[in-house]
Design a binder for this molecule. Structure first.
Ligand code: ZN
Length: 203
């Protein structure tokens, strides 16, 4: 199983980190070992000085797929949830500044969190799914998929041009503006529409 992630898929988030708005999706991969065990707390790794949450919608791939034709992406995932793409922001910045791959800042153990899966077909309009993140009961991120630069279909076609997708693979579809740091004792709670997808303690 692999975890494919999309960077800079919301204009306001690309800008808040001083990045250009991309003309092609920005893609990176986390290994299966990055997936946080269900129900576990997230432990801030010793190497990191600044861990940021990035709340994102996540798709669960349901069929093997390579070079998905435009508009056919819907046939290759069966569930959606909200999750967190944890990022060691200080380390990522250092690696970016040197032009180096940023995996160490993104793909470490426990850096991918997924919530409870919801059936994809319960979302009639995939281009207007609302989701949000609360940190310690205050809202910190809120967005709709209508604000995505590349929608689910476009992402799946693009990703599968390079990487064959397999059942059980996960696709993190990018974070909106409002990313920020976590500290031990924080609690993050993600929602899709009015449904809680996850509640996560930071330690
Ligand atoms: Zn992300």
């Amino acid at each position: 199983m692999k975890i494919v992630c999309v960077g800079r898929n919301y204009v306001a988030h690309a800008r808040e980190l001083g990045n250009e708005v991309p003309t092609d999706p920005v893609i990176f991969i986390k290994p299966s070992t990055a997936l946080l065990k269900e129900g576990a707390a997230f432990s801030i790794p010793a190497f990191a000085h600044e861990i940021h949450y990035e709340c994102e919608l996540v798709l669960r791939i349901s069929a093997r797929a390579s070079r998905i034709a435009a508009g056919q992406g819907i046939n290759y995932y069966d569930a959606i949830t909200a999750g967190i793409d944890f990022t060691a922001r200080d380390l990522q910045q250092k690696l970016k500044d040197k032009g180096l791959p940023w995996e160490k800042a993104k793909a470490f153990d426990g850096a991918a969190v997924v919530g409870e899966w919801m059936k994809a077909d319960q979302f009639v309009n995939k281009r207007d799914i609302n989701f949000c993140l609360y940190k310690n009961k205050s809202i910190v991120q809120q967005a709709s998929t209508s604000q995505m630069i590349f929608d689910f279909d476009t992402l799946l076609s693009h990703i599968s041009e390079y990487f064959t997708l397999e059942p059980g693979d996960l696709v993190f579809t990018g974070t909106p503006a409002g990313v920020g740091p976590v500290e031990p004792g924080d609690v993050l709670e993600g929602f899709i529409e009015d449904d809680s997808a996850f509640e996560l303690s930071i330690q």
